[in-house]
Structure formats: structure tokens, C-alpha cells
Design a protein around this ligand. Structure first.
Ligand SMILES: *[C@@H]1O[C@H](CO)[C@@H](O)[C@H](O)[C@H]1NC(C)=O
Ligand SMILES: [Zn+2]
Length: 436
């Protein structure tokens, strides 16, 4: 079997070193920003935290779950006074987790540079590849396996980057008896580990298919979109490691804050729950549904393949959750199946989990976490995908800064969840289509 090795020569590192010295101070925007763990006793505490996010724009890194998981909140020096007062007044307990975010971001960057220097012949999904490298890999795969893989250029991001996905099929997507499994990553820019997971899935299906997984390739058609939000992703490399949103500019709305939360920008109960009207907020949904070219591309994939998409897996990081609709706490008529498939996914991943990870929590996104509107997960469910999920990968206590040494494990573990849900999709798709 031929595999594409991902090699970087030394001149690349020289250039990288020069480039990184230019941006040496880029993490300073988070100087004296701290992260606090907050203990949540009940839904009132969850609400207190949510209101604090709305009012102060504190950046919630982990929403937590009452009595199960603590929340994690990044607080700037300007926000801290009111943050502490509100928590104290409501009797919430909190503790310092990260004293200076700029410092841990620098350490993370050094960790990545060291990882790159220390290993040769690394596969592209064993690292955090840049946008151009991901495209190059997809192009190479499509060129090498023309009977199996089609590269689709779906359109441009706000800043003009091509957003590309792969279609993987043994029958050129022409067999309507096969379900389509659609997964995407990197909707939120700082959630870096989501892209390696999508690329590893490409690898397992195309370059490294195991005998006992032939059915996954032969009985299912795949759409894999590794980077939904390339502008945000590149910006998170060059300027702001914690960037989450898109990078669209709308000067009538704001001259200082760019981008919207893509995962609030879909046309489903738009701008109703879990959003902020402040254009500088991490949960600002935009001026209108699908104001962003990036979300329109996901919408168009869903609509183009809708009758055959059995499962949409919208991949995020971090928290160990498999979530489903709707974000307003209303359950779908097929909730029993929706829950069963999600639980099978969680169990398959838990079976190989690292001791330092929590168990996957499964459930309705509003009931398990907090209420939202305009999410990709809800949109998929709303337009008729039977199983539409948000998958929050493990963070191992490192939040968005998952050390590169963990990527292999997350790739392998998540593939187990993807494989089992693909097989369940096949069964459910058959019974759905035979009824028609
Ligand atoms: C929740 O959202 C879904 C999807 O838009 C909708 O069908 C349902 O009616 C909503 N439920 C309530 C109580 O608003
Ligand atoms: Zn996310």
C-alpha cells in the first residue's frame, strides 16, 4: 500500500523560525488573562455563568455541567472585578486554573515547534497542518486515487480561500442504496484537533483501509470537509491562537470586531437562544442567517445530498460530548434512535479512552449543556438529516491547546466512534429507504 508521507525539510524550519520571531509577541494580547474553574451546583449556577458571559463577554472555554464538570472561564484583568463579585454574590466557588494565558500559549507554541523538530516522516494528521498543507494533502489523495476520491472546491471563504472537501465512494456517489456520512471540522478556529481527526478518517478509508473495515468504504459514501473556517484557522495561527469566529468584516456593525460565531449563523431559530447581540462576543450570530460564506457552504452540501445523508457529524473541541438537537430543549420524534446512535458512539470511544479523559456525555445539547440557536447540528436535524450531531473531542485538561502527542490517540479513538456510527447509519438508512 502506498502512503503519502508528509515531510518538511529544514529550510521550512528556518522560515518558520523567522516568521515566528516576527510574531513573537502575538500571545501578549492574553497577558494577565486568567482562567478559572467554576463549580456548578445546579441550573441556577449555569444561568449565572451564562448571564455573566452575556454581560461581560468573558470567554467560556468549557461550559461544564452541574455537579459533573466544572466550567472554565477566561477572564481579562478588566473583567475580573465584576466576575468575582457576581460569583461571590451568588455563592459560586471558583479556583485559579491558569494564571497567565499568554504564558501557556507560548509554551504550547514551543511544544509544537519541538514536536516538529523531533520527528521525521510524520503523517500530516499527526500534527496541526496549516490550511495550505491540508489542501495539498487532499489534492494528492484525489490525484492518486481517482476511482475512489473526488476533490470538490465548494466555494470561497470571506477572505477568498477555497473551501474544499473530499467525496469518497467506490461507486462515484451514484448508488442511492448507500447512505452518505458527512463530517466536517474546524468550524471554530481555535479547535485545532478537529482537522487532524477528519484527515485521519480520509487516511483510514483511502490509504489504510483494514480488511475488517471494507464495509465502511464499500457500503457508505463519505463527504469529509476538514476546514469549514479557513480564515479563522489561519488567523489563529498567525495572530490570535484563541480566535473562534469567522473573519468577515461588516463595517456597519462594527469597525473593531470581525467575524461571527459560525455555529450560531445557521437558519434554525436564528438569533433566539445562546447568542449575544454584541458583535464582539464569541456567540454573536451575525446580521442574518447564512451571512457567512462558510456556513452557506455547509448548508449547500446538506441540501445537495440531503436525501442520502444519514448522519452529519459536526466536530468540535473540547469537552467529551456527543450532542443532538434541538438547542431549545425540544426533542425530535426520532430521539430514541438519535440517542442510541450517539450513545454507541460515546461507548466506542470510551472503550479506548485515556485515563485522564472524562467519559463522553451524551444527550440533547440544550439539556446537557446550554441552550443555543442557529447551530449546524440543529440545522442538519431541522432540514431532515436523521442523525445530526455535535461531537466535542477530548481536551485532557489542555482545553484548545491539545498537546500534539495526544493527536494520534484522539484520531484513533474518534475513528472508533465514526466507524460504529457509520455502520448504524447503514442499518437505519436501509430501513428508512425500504419504507419509502
Ligand atoms: C425548537 O426548535 C425546533 C427547530 O427549529 C422547532 O421545530 C421547535 O418547534 C422548537 N420548539 C419550541 C418549543 O420552540
Ligand atoms: Zn466549537
Amino acid at each position: 500500500m502506498r502512503m503519502i508521507k508528509f515531510k518538511m525539510d529544514t529550510s521550512f524550519f528556518v522560515i518558520l523560525a523567522l516568521v515566528s520571531s516576527v510574531f513573537a509577541g502575538k500571545h501578549d494580547i492574553y497577558s494577565r488573562h486568567a482562567v478559572y474553574g467554576v463549580e456548578l451546583r445546579d441550573q441556577d449556577d449555569v444561568a449565572t455563568l451564562f448571564n455573566l458571559q452575556q454581560k461581560l463577554n468573558v470567554d467560556i472555554w468549557e461550559h461544564g455541567m452541574a455537579r459533573v464538570r466544572d466550567a472554565e472561564v477566561m477572564v481579562s484583568p478588566e473583567q475580573s472585578k465584576e466576575f468575582f463579585e457576581t460569583l461571590d454574590n451568588n455563592g459560586l466557588k471558583y479556583y485559579l486554573k491558569i494564571e497567565d494565558v499568554s504564558k501557556v500559549l507560548k509554551e504550547h507554541e514551543e511544544d509544537l515547534a519541538k514536536w516538529r523538530r523531533n520527528r521525521n516522516n510524520r503523517m500530516i494528521f499527526q500534527d496541526y497542518p496549516r490550511y495550505a498543507e491540508v489542501n495539498q494533502y487532499m489534492e494528492e489523495i484525489a490525484a492518486r486515487y481517482p476511482n475512489l476520491v473526488t476533490l470538490v472546491n465548494a466555494g470561497k471563504s470571506f477572505e477568498g480561500r477555497d473551501i474544499k472537501y473530499l467525496k469518497i465512494s467506490t461507486t462515484n456517489f451514484e448508488d442511492p442504496r448507500k447512505p452518505v456520512y458527512f463530517m466536517d471540522g474546524m468550524m471554530h478556529a481555535r479547535e485545532w484537533v478537529t482537522t487532524p481527526v477528519t484527515m485521519y478518517s480520509i487516511f483510514r478509508l483511502v490509504e489504510n483501509l483494514r480488511d475488517n473495515e471494507r464495509d465502511l468504504l464499500e457500503d457508505i459514501d463519505w463527504i469529509i470537509l476538514p476546514i469549514v473556517n479557513p480564515d479563522g484557522y489561519e488567523f489563529s495561527h498567525t495572530d490570535d491562537r484563541l480566535w473562534r469566529r469567522t473573519r468577515s468584516v461588516n463595517l456597519e456593525v462594527s469597525t473593531t470586531c470581525f467575524g461571527v460565531d459560525a455555529n450560531r449563523n445557521f437558519d434554525v431559530d436564528f438569533n433566539t437562544l445562546g447568542v449575544s447581540s454584541d458583535p464582539c462576543s464569541q456567540t454573536y450570530p451575525g446580521v442574518a442567517p447564512f451571512s457567512e460564506p462558510e456556513t452557506r457552504i455547509v448548508r449547500d452540501i446538506l441540501s445537495k445530498y440531503l436525501p442520502r445523508i444519514q448522519l452529519y457529524n459536526n466536530i468540535h473541541s473540547h469537552g467529551n460530548y456527543v450532542l443532538f438537537g434541538f438547542g431549545n430543549n425540544t426533542l425530535t420524534p426520532n430521539v430514541a434512535q438519535l440517542h442510541h446512535v450517539a450513545a454507541a458512539m460515546g461507548a466506542a470511544m470510551d472503550a479506548v479512552k485515556l485515563p485522564e479523559a472524562g467519559y463522553y456525555l451524551i444527550g440533547n445539547s440544550g439539556l446537557v449543556l446550554y441552550r443555543t440557536s442557529g447551530s449546524a447540528q440543529d440545522y442538519g436535524q431541522h432540514v431532515g438529516v436523521p442523525f445530526s450531531y455535535t461531537l466535542e473531542l477530548p481536551g485532557y485538561g489542555y482545553d484548545f491547546r491539545v498537546p500534539p502527542s495526544f493527536i494520534d490517540h484522539i484520531n484513533e479513538e474518534t475513528w472508533k466512534g465514526i466507524a460504529i456510527t457509520a455502520r448504524l447509519s447503514k442499518i437505519h438508512y436501509r430501513s428508512r429507504t425500504s419504507r419509502q
